[in-house]
Every structure is written in C-alpha cells, then in structure tokens.
Design a binder for this molecule. Structure first.
Ligand code: BV8
Length: 229
C-alpha cells in the first residue's frame, strides 16, 4: 500500500464483496425478492403494513449466514487492519457477518446487522442469531416487540458522525463492491478529505465512478488482496 505509514484509511464495502461468498447482491435479479422490490420490503412502512413479510425476508437471509464463509477479499481487509500502523475504519453497508468473521474489528455496520434485533420498547440492540417474529420479546425489558436491527430506507444510518469524522481526515478512501445507488454511502467519496486518494474496486463502474480518481475493474477476491499488498 503506497501511503505514508501514519496515513488514515477509510474503506467502504457493499454487497459485491460478499457475492463470491454466495450471498446475493441487491442488483442481482434487479433487486427483487419473492417478486417484491427490496426497496419496498426494507422500509418501516412495509414492517408496519406486513410485519410477517418483513420478518420472513430477514429470517431467510439470516438463516443463510451459517452456510457461507468470508472470502479472500474479507480476509485481505482484516489483514490490512492488523498490519496497517495508521488508523483504519471499515464501513460496511452489508448486514451479513462476514467482515466480523474474517477478523475486522474497526468496523461499522452502517445499515445494521442480520444477527441482531432491536427492542421497540427499550430500544436495546440485542444479539439475535435465530428467527425473529411478531411474538419475539425483549429479554431485557421483557415487554418490547423485537424488530430486525436493520436500517431501512428512510431511516438514519448508524454511526454517521464517526464515519464523517474519519472521512474528513483520511488519506485514502476505497470502495469495494458497491453500486453507488444508496445514499448517504454513495456520497462518502465526495466527503473524503481534500487531497485524499480515492479508489473504486468493482465488477463494473458504479453510479458514482466519476467521483473516484482510480478504478480497478474485476472481482473482489482478485482486486482486494492485490490492492492490499
Ligand atoms: C437516509 C439494509 C437520511 C436493508 C439498506 C426517498 C424516500 C426515502 C429515502 C430516499 C428517497 N430517495 C433517496 C432516498 C435515500 C435512500 C436511498 O438512497 N434510496 C435509494 C434507493 C435511491 N437512503 C436512505 O433511505 C438511507 N437513509 O437517507 O436517511 C439521512 C441521510 C444522511 C444522513 C442522515 C440521515 C438509508 C439507506 C439504507 C437502506 N438499507 N440495507 C437490507 O439489507 O435489507 S441498503 C441496501 O441496499 C444495502 O445495505 C446496500 O447499501 C444497498 C445495496 O447497495 P450495494 O451494497 O451497492 O449492492 P448492489 O447490489 O446495489 O451493488 C453491488 C455491486 O457490487 C455492483 O456494483 C456489482 O457490480 C458489484 N459486484 C457484484 N459482484 C462483485 C462485485 N464487485 C466485485 N466483486 C464481485 N464479485
């Protein structure tokens, strides 16, 4: 990595980094699930209107996690964090646990996590590896219904202050496997420190490719280990 050894790095990942582990991306099959547009299922309105559909959507995806493994791209980013002497923050839009299982620790799941729930009464975030449904109750306050700990469309992503603070001072911003459809993540490249090196590693140019100085086209498991070395 050709950077001063005290430089700070911000990495952003999207569904494309988990594709080679076998997890579907959102743009696969035009972002459809059971013939619903994901944008129509991943919303507070959908949860209010048809909670069983939304619970099922996340239960199915949560159940697929034990059957998939982190890939060489996840592992390369975890190795970079271990070896990099400067600050490094990995921001993922993904709600899977593959970065966690690969060993990344300075990690923000800005859109939440499949393996967690959130109590609608006391608002605690709860580890929840099993299915969630309308009868799921918070073990802490013992009264609240539990929703998926997922940031839906129209909801505020998590740890935004921390993310923008890291972007403002980074010397390198690299995005891996994201189409640049969803904001505010798609706008992070514009929020990177003036003079920061910006690199997009993706199968195809994203919607915000023009905002990056450098582009590397290909699969994450080829691009990321080479980029990290
Ligand atoms: C917000 C959890 C305010 C859910 C997700 C109208 C009404 C309300 C809101 C809006 C609106 N219009 C616009 C908005 C904003 C909205 C938005 O951006 N909508 C889009 C659809 C236009 N955003 C929001 O609502 C956000 N909140 O704006 O609050 C605010 C703003 C700033 C500050 C404070 C408050 C909340 C958005 C979060 C939604 N939740 N996830 C779930 O997972 O079920 S988003 C979800 O979709 C994912 O998390 C991910 O972020 C997104 C999918 O994007 P990608 O990860 O990029 O995946 P995709 O499939 O699109 O692309 C994959 C890429 O990988 C492709 O480019 C492909 O080429 C590449 N690839 C594939 N294979 C490989 C590969 N690359 C390398 N190797 C491979 N092997």
């Amino acid at each position: 990595m050709a950077l001063p050894r005290d430089a700070s790095i911000v990495l952003l990942t999207g569904a494309g980094i988990s594709a080679e582990s076998g997890l579907r991306t959102f743009r696969d099959a035009d972002g459809l699930w059971e013939n619903h547009r994901v944008e129509d299922v991943a919303t507070p309105e959908a949860f209010h209107r048809n909670p069983a559909l939304v619970y099922r959507f996340y239960n199915e995806r949560r159940r697929s996690l034990p059957g998939v493994q982190p890939n060489a791209a996840h592992r390369a980013l975890a190795r970079l964090e271990r070896e990099w002497p400067g600050d490094l923050l990995l921001v993922t839009q993904n709600v899977d646990d593959l970065h966690d299982r690969a060993g990344s620790r300075n990690l923000v799941h800005m859109h939440g996590e499949l393996l967690k729930g959130r109590c609608l009464a006391c608002r605690r975030v709860l580890d929840w590896p099993g299915d969630l449904d309308a009868d799921s109750r918070c073990p802490a306050c013992r009264r609240g219904q539990v929703r998926p700990h997922i940031v839906w469309f129209g909801e505020v992503p998590l740890e935004m202050e921390r993310i923008y603070r890291a972007l403002e001072r980074c010397a390198l911003f690299a995005a891996v496997g994201t189409s640049g459809h969803v904001y505010p993540a798609a706008g992070f490249v514009e929020a990177a420190a003036p003079g920061a090196r910006t690199v997009e590693l993706n199968l195809e140019p994203s919607r915000v490719a023009d905002a990056f100085q450098e582009h590397r086209a290909g699969r994450a498991t080829d691009l990321v280990p080479a980029f990290v070395d």
